[in-house]
Write a protein that binds this ligand. Structure first.
Ligand SMILES: N[C@@H](CCC(=O)N[C@@H](CS)C(=O)NCC(=O)O)C(=O)O
Length: 231
């Protein structure tokens, strides 16, 4: 994935093959999973880095709910859920076989992702941002509840390098950005847990080329910045 300058992007947008536009926020785990899937499927797109407190009007017009990621397709379709973006791009081109796990099915992967986005995310938010939820919210309680999911993942990773076999699949890429956020909230605590399989799995994903590539800092993080994800 390369980044070209705004002028080149403008040319790309007005060419006879207009590119999808991805509204993204670098540190958002939902946006990370979308960028990972777009990169794996070699889907070029125009990347618009959004400042969450100053969302661009054109994004809000397309998707009034105001969350990132949002993918605006050249035919006018708007995908406003991270998993929909992953499914859309991988169903067009899936050279790494993310939708063909070695063990288990797409439905099973989606069920695990559902646990991540549901209960685990609930506890992650209350652990990481407890003050936002009021004084009665105990971050350590939510850390403990979130750890149930971490233990479950650690069990799955016994005897296989990834969640659905030895090769990484949709579930790994959809889930690890959230485990990363949980781990970073209390690094010492995370590293001290008896979760060796999970710790190895997470550090492998964090040091992977694809993750480094989607996390590369863009020079201009202004909300008007237009950059391009190229593969
Ligand atoms: N269900 C959505 C959730 C996306 C989401 O909540 N993104 C957060 C950032 S990580 C967001 O945009 N929040 C709006 C805000 O903070 O203003 C998805 O899967 O794409």
């Amino acid at each position: 994935m390369d980044v070209t300058d705004d002028q080149a992007v403008t040319g790309a947008e007005t060419s006879c093959h207009p590119l999808p536009v991805l509204y993204s926020f670098r540190r958002c785990p939902y946006a990370m999973r979308a960028r990972l899937a777009l990169t794996a499927s070699r889907q070029d797109c125009v990347l618009r880095e959004v400042v969450l407190r100053d969302k661009p009007a054109e994004m809000l017009e397309l998707s009034p709910k105001g969350t990132v990621p949002v993918l605006h397709l050249p035919d006018g379709q708007v995908l406003e859920q991270s998993l929909d973006i992953m499914r859309w791009t991988l169903s067009r081109h899936d050279p790494e076989g993310w939708l063909r796990p070695e063990a288990g099915s797409v439905a099973e992967m989606e069920a695990l992702i559902g646990e991540c986005d549901g209960t685990f995310k609930h506890h992650l938010d209350r652990y990481k941002y407890s003050v936002r939820y009021g004084p009665e919210t105990d971050p350590l309680y939510h850390r403990g509840e979130g750890a149930t999911f971490l233990k479950h993942l650690n069990e799955r990773l016994k005897g296989q390098a990834h969640l659905f076999g030895n090769g990484p699949s949709l579930a790994d890429f959809a889930i690890f950005p959230f485990v990363r956020q949980f781990a970073n909230t209390g690094r010492e605590w995370f590293d001290a847990q008896p979760l060796a399989n999970l710790q190895t799995w997470l550090s492998g994903h964090l040091s992977s080329d694809i993750f480094q590539s989607v996390m590369r800092r863009r020079e201009d993080t202004d909300s008007a910045a237009v950059q391009r994800l190229l593969h």
